[in-house]
Design a protein around this ligand. Structure first.
Ligand SMILES: [Zn+2]
Length: 260
């Protein structure tokens, strides 16, 4: 974010300078400077067009998250990769739930905690990285998710926005896994993210390993994920190996705000 802001300021200053220069040179010399003015204007337009999309335009959902003080995760935790699953249709609802969230946003405390977790992972396994599948969610996105599952058995996995939402809505939860740093390919975890059932419950891992429904590699990978997330202060959810909360829901309700 700081880099983007600097770039915008730089582009705007340069554009202003170019216009000032073109006026100061056009007046005394007249005709020959029209081409110069055109060239300088073209340079200015080119500079503005080169701005990243996110800097040119933020969606309503992204602005709602920034207004409650959340930050673009990768500006705070550059080691963490992002691959938002609800921006694609291959999630448990089978639908694209966001077209208006293109970056992972979190409460700054959660973003800093995740950077700590990423540093802990880098210290022991630099060949692996954390990859975030979902982060902070405004209530508008939560409502779309709820609408996609209400009246189906899947509704138990989604917080009803009418009841105040969940920790994703406070920017204090992430859905996350491990990937190879070089390729971005995720490591085996025994189930896909958003798998619904006992095989995804961390407390069942020892029993599932005995029954050979989980491999030793998958269990070791889940343990590694929990270990590095704990270094940042995150706790895993009882029913989802990929979901981590930084604080309790009671604490969130007492001291923090949801994004609308
Ligand atoms: Zn989650």
């Amino acid at each position: 974010m700081a880099t983007t802001r600097f770039f915008i300021k730089f582009a705007h200053s340069l554009t202003s300078l170019i216009f000032m220069m073109s006026f100061s040179t056009t007046r005394p010399h007249g005709g020959g400077s029209a081409l110069r003015l055109f060239c300088l204007a073209a340079v200015a337009v080119g500079l503005l067009a080169a701005l990243p999309l996110s800097a040119q335009h933020k969606t309503k959902a992204e602005m709602a998250m920034e207004r409650v003080g959340w930050v673009d995760l990768q500006t705070v935790a550059p080691l963490v990769k992002v691959s938002l699953m609800y921006a694609r249709a291959d999630n448990f609802t089978g639908r694209v739930l966001y077209t208006d969230i293109r970056r992972a946003y979190l409460h700054p405390k959660a973003a800093r905690a995740l950077q700590k977790a990423a540093q802990a992972l880098k210290a022991i396994r630099p060949d692996l990285s954390l990859v975030v599948y979902d982060a902070g969610r405004p209530m508008s996105a939560q409502q779309r998710m709820w609408d996609a599952v209400k009246g189906t058995p899947k509704h138990i996995y989604v917080s009803n926005p009418a009841n105040g939402g969940g920790l994703h809505n406070y920017g204090m939860a992430v859905d996350i896994t491990l990937c190879h740093t070089a390729t971005g390919d995720t490591v085996p975890m025994g189930t896909i993210i958003d798998y619904m059932g006992p095989l995804a419950h961390p407390e069942n891992e020892a029993a599932m390993l005995k029954k050979r429904r989980l491999t030793a590699e998958a269990v070791a990978n889940r343990r590694l994920l929990r270990r590095v997330m704990a270094a940042g202060g995150f706790k895993v959810l009882r029913t989802e190996w990929w979901h981590f909360n930084l604080i309790s829901r009671a604490e969130a309700r007492r001291a923090y705000k949801v994004a609308p």
